[in-house]
Design a protein. Structure first.
Length: 325
């Protein structure tokens, strides 16, 4: 297990602020920290180290973070810190730009330049996912990256939505990953970030072809997961939604040893298998569950389910019902 979890609640209220400052300095960079809740600073941080890239989920009350020239001289990893706001709001000032941001937005800071970040300007608590990575890792022109500092970027649709769901899912399932997963997780995160920021800075063409390919493939798989319940979902509709040919779509999946139609069927079957094992859905018929995930023909669903898992959907449900009892 890679994830490291820190909770200030494990110490008495009077000691929580000092604990948080120590943890924040060790996991990120030294900064000046202030809080209106320093008398009882109850916060949680889960850190997923992925080589030179790090993903951290923070749940905390009001917090001001100031990076000064002095703290930069003390230690500077020449890194970018990208905050993806899951809940709450904040404000940031850096490099002559000042902005407010809220839930469903992303905002970026550079550790080599002074900044001032305020979390929870008006809200009570905040949940944010912070991605930290070396500037050199992001395959974009430095000028393009600098133009985006302290600029809120929406992550509620398109490539931004794909990145938002990816980071939220990785943060939620951080304790499931092992050392072997780290390179792939870091690579996908970098590609999604580079693609989104490249579009915002009109520099997407500067990305290496392989980064663009992986980012598009990840975005397509996210689109498939969001539309599994649509019976019309097919390689043709997926390709059309992303402005590419069906042939190009097949090439993208072939590079990963997959086929788009097989992937759609696999994801639908996985959702059905999960729902059939869920005791809360016992009152829902097998056919209704199949239809929920895009299978319109009961006989076809039963056949492909049995081929994939070695038992019928009904037997799978009974097996889990008996195990629960």
């Amino acid at each position: 297990m890679l994830v490291q979890e820190f909770r200030t609640g494990v110490v008495p209220p009077a000691e929580r602020w000092d604990l948080w400052q120590d943890v924040a300095t060790r996991t990120h960079v030294p900064n000046l920290l202030r809080s209106e809740r320093s008398d009882d600073f109850e916060a949680t941080m889960r850190v997923l180290p992925l080589g030179d890239l790090q993903i951290a989920e923070l749940d905390l009350p009001h917090l001001d973070t100031v990076r000064t020239p002095r703290t930069i001289r003390r230690f500077d990893p020449e890194a970018l810190q990208i905050n993806c706001q899951l809940a709450g709001d904040g404000g940031m000032a850096q490099d002559g730009t000042e902005a407010v941001f809220g839930t469903g937005q992303l905002i970026m800071a550079d550790t080599s330049l002074p900044y001032d970040v305020r979390i929870n300007r008006t809200s009570q608590r905040s949940t944010t996912v912070v991605v930290s990575l070396p500037r050199a890792r992001l395959p974009l022109p430095p000028r393009a990256v600098r133009r985006l500092l302290a600029v809120p970027v929406p992550v509620d649709r398109g490539m931004g939505g794909a990145l938002h769901r990816w980071l939220a899912d990785v943060a939620r399932r951080a304790d499931e990953f092992t050392e072997a997963d780290a390179p792939a997780l870091a690579s996908v995160t970098t590609d999604l970030l580079a693609s989104l920021l490249g579009r915002c800075a009109d520099s997407e063409d500067a990305l290496p072809p392989e980064s663009r390919r992986r980012a598009l493939h990840t975005r397509i798989r996210d689109f498939i997961d969001q539309n599994l319940g649509d019976p019309s979902l097919s390689p043709a509709t997926v390709a059309a939604a992303h402005g590419i040919s069906v042939r190009h779509l097949h090439q993208l999946f072939a590079a990963e040893g997959e086929a788009p139609a097989s992937w759609i069927r696999h994801r639908r079957l996985e959702r059905c298998r999960r729902d059939l094992a869920d005791p809360r859905l016992r009152g829902r018929s097998v056919h209704a569950i199949a239809a929920r995930w895009g299978f319109t023909d009961a006989a076809t669903f039963s056949r492909v389910f049995r081929r994939a898992y070695g038992m019928t959907p009904t037997d799978h449900r009974h097996h889990h019902a008996g195990r629960d009892r």
